[in-house]
Design a protein around this ligand. Sequence first.
Ligand SMILES: Nc1nc2c(ncn2[C@@H]2O[C@H](COP(=O)(O)OP(=O)(O)OP(=O)(O)O)[C@@H](O)[C@H]2O)c(=O)[nH]1
Length: 334
Amino acid sequence: MAVQLSGNWLPNFPKIVGGKSPSFYIHESSNSHGSRVEDDWVDLETDLYHWTKTLRPVQWYPGHIAKTEKELKEQLKLMDVVIEVRDGRIPMSTSHPQMDAWLGNKKRILVLNREDMISTADRNAWADYYARQGTKVVFANGQHGMGAMKLGRLAKALAAGVNVKRRAKGLLPRPVRAGIVGYPNVGKSSLINRLLKRRMCPAAPRPGVTRVLKWVRFGNDLELLDSPGIIPMRISDQSSAIKLAICDDIGERSYNFPDVAAILVQMLTKLPSVGIEVLQNRYKIDADGHCGRRFVHKLANHLFNGDDNQAAFRILSDFRKGRFGWIALERPPK
Ligand SMILES: Nc1nc2c(ncn2[C@@H]2O[C@H](COP(=O)(O)OP(=O)(O)OP(=O)(O)O)[C@@H](O)[C@H]2O)c(=O)[nH]1
């Protein structure tokens, strides 16, 4: 379906082609009384694919990441256990395609961080999914520290065999070494700082803050490696690239704010837990949200003297602050 744009005031926005009609989106099911209820989630992946394919590709690979990748591979030998941190709002898009190959059968803990930024339904869906796969997952909040102590305990428990072997050889025990890896800005350094209860690693609300690998000691029996965020040299899935941009997990120079905000508007419009009314009420404009670019431009005219960039920044920043509610942008594959 092509979204036709009309109105003299509109500049030449690209047509957003593809996707299903909005009316197909709400999955309905029957409750025990036979009445129809709305599911809380719709699958947006097909639409996202169509929406993003007309946009300029988003790529971000700053120089320090190649260096980090090389150093991480060297440090891997030293790690008894690897803690892979992902953004709980987009666990699939923050899963590095080469991670499995790098880690082989190394002991591994998966962390879905930013737990405070998703709904209980999102959390349950991911918890069930990983439970079905037999994957151990820890939900964490790097800002407030929830889950950090559990991570420390789990890492020590998983790698306990190291010191059993050392003792058997007559060697003294040594601290367990846990490497913390993951995409930029997912909260790796914050989790370490929370665990240590000290600001040992630089953490800030933008991707690419940690630039060097750094081992830090937690008590007598655990060492943690903080590492700069890694990301593939080429992001082949542009739906993922846009979600990384929406969630502020890649550098902002790599994307066009109005394009990314427009897609966010279209996604939010289709999610029953948000919907167009929430957007219209927040910004006091009456655009319908099925054409995100039109919505962004209308907001620009309404609040920012026609500046689309500022309007787009406002929408993205409102999403990141949870102004539309705390929601994940991905649910597990069925
Ligand atoms: N709301 C919320 N914010 C978080 C959470 N974890 C981290 N943050 C914030 O997210 C921002 C990024 O956190 P960092 O710890 O610097 O992320 P990083 O993965 O080390 O980032 P890089 O240096 O890019 O690799 C900081 O502003 C943190 O305060 C969380 O669970 N919830």
